[in-house]
Design a protein around this ligand. Structure first.
Ligand SMILES: [Zn+2]
Length: 445
């Protein structure tokens, strides 16, 4: 049980104690007494938070390593995209991912988003099968024609229609692939192969065009849409407009940590290659608009877009044959957002919502993301005092990269429990072998 700390609950931050029994939160209050067998954690001077739920990661290449890095930063649930092989049905990729997670014995729980790499041949049965297999969403892409996974308008329309009927949310990667393709060809013809060329061919307008399109499709099809990694003022304004219109469009907005903490000046320095990501880092004005949206409630979730393996940059514009993109951040997400947010006057319960309850609720995980009776005993003790510097090995996720290394951070994760089992104690990982398992959303209909 936990005592002496400030509990970050759905009703606000309250002083009190909390007890976990049988993997679930069984008591919260001022007068909770430990059972003789309880480990008592003295959280005096600390916040006690629900375990982080990362709504956006790609971890199938090494689930165990990604989990170890994530839990070191207080995240106890990773919601990961599947990685379908060519010709593999979305449900088959889910079943394969289940085996990978079981074999990995990760230290965190894992939920699965079904990536659809062949959206134009998707059938209603494919989407029903994903829902029946415990997938929490399907994901389509409006970009990446060079990878062969870009949805046509017709493909996206049908996918969203099927998902609406199956009760699944649809995630859409919002960048206009046709515009980007034309800009890649132009850059290639001009011989532009700088590191920053990758970012230059993916302008803010490409994202904004795609967001408008998806919102229109969602309004027509009735699909709930979840928009990952929004990174521009215009994209967030489209979300606000859709909500104000008060129609049938249900839209959830995600922002990723790197679009809050980093900006495109990074593409001018020696770490530029390491920070290539799609959508790319934006200019200061966009970053400030994203930051404001975190505080004002326009954004529902903060993800990491943690990529366990990076993707080669399109050969037509790559600086070298070894240029890759994709960022790590499942471990950094919670402690770095808390430090940034509290430093910028964002309330603790709002930050916790963005890190835990928002992501869990967006995908129907009713037992995750909140300190409340009956919830899974996923609990983080976070000490708001003291400064430290992120090191290359602060979040040992096996990616070999550390996009936030060198950053000064206030506050640190002291302990982490997954379903009542201590995984991080006094800042140290107890074991890389854990009791993490696949989780499924609650019934949707
Ligand atoms: Zn992603």
């Amino acid at each position: 049980m936990y005592r002496g700390g400030a509990l970050v609950t759905p009703g606000g931050v309250v002083e009190g104690s909390l007890r976990v029994d049988g993997g679930r939160i069984t008591e919260i209050g001022a007068d909770v007494r430990p059972a003789p067998s309880d480990e008592v954690v003295d959280a005096t001077g600390c916040y006690v938070l629900p375990g982080g739920v990362d709504p956006h990661c790609h971890v199938m290449a090494d689930v165990a390593a990604a989990a170890a890095g994530a839990v070191q930063g207080g995240t106890t649930t990773l919601l990961s995209f599947t990685s379908p092989e060519p010709g593999e049905a979305p449900v088959a990729a889910i079943e394969r991912a289940r085996v990978l997670v079981a074999e990995a014995h990760p230290v965190v729980d894992v939920g699965l988003h079904a990536a659809c790499y062949e959206p134009d041949s998707l059938s209603p049965e494919d989407v029903e099968a994903v829902a029946a297999a415990g997938g929490d969403a399907i994901k389509c892409f409006l970009a990446y024609p060079e990878l062969g996974i870009m949805a046509t308008g017709g493909g996206l329309f049908r996918a969203m229609s099927y998902a609406a009927r199956a009760g699944l949310p649809v995630q859409v990667h919002c960048e206009d692939g046709e515009l980007i393709e034309a800009m890649v060809e132009e850059a290639s013809a001009a011989g532009r192969r700088h590191t920053r060329t990758f970012a230059e061919v993916r302008p803010a307008a490409a994202e904004e065009l795609a967001v408008e399109r998806v919102i229109a499709f969602a309004t027509i099809t009735g699909a709930r849409c979840y928009l990952p990694h929004l990174s521009t003022r215009g994209a967030l304004e489209s979300v606000r407009r859709a909500r104000l219109a008060g129609g049938t469009c249900e839209v959830t907005a995600e922002v990723c940590l790197h679009h809050v903490l980093l900006d495109d000046r990074a593409y001018g320095d020696e770490r530029a290659e390491e920070l290539l990501v799609a959508p790319p880092l934006r200019d200061r004005a966009e970053v400030e608009a994203v930051a404001a949206a975190l505080a004002d409630g326009s954004v529902d979730t903060v993800g990491s877009d943690h990529s366990q393996v990076r993707t080669p940059v399109d050969a037509r514009i790559a600086r070298s044959p070894y240029s890759t993109y994709g960022i790590a951040g499942a471990g950094a997400r919670l402690p770095l957002l808390l430090a940034w947010g509290l430093g910028h006057g964002v309330a603790m319960d709002r930050l916790s919502h963005l890190l835990s309850a928002g992501p869990a609720g967006s995908f129907g995980y009713r037992n995750k993301g909140r300190l409340a009776l009956g919830m899974d005993g996923d609990v983080v003790v976070w000490d708001p005092g003291g400064e430290w510097t992120v090191a290359a090995d602060s979040f040992p996720d096996g990616t070999g990269t550390a996009p936030y290394a060198g950053r000064r951070v206030t506050g640190r994760v002291r302990s982490v429990c997954l379903r009542g089992r201590m995984v991080v104690r006094e800042g140290e990982l107890v074991s890389t072998v854990g009791a993490g398992r696949i989780i499924e959303p609650a019934a949707r209909r």
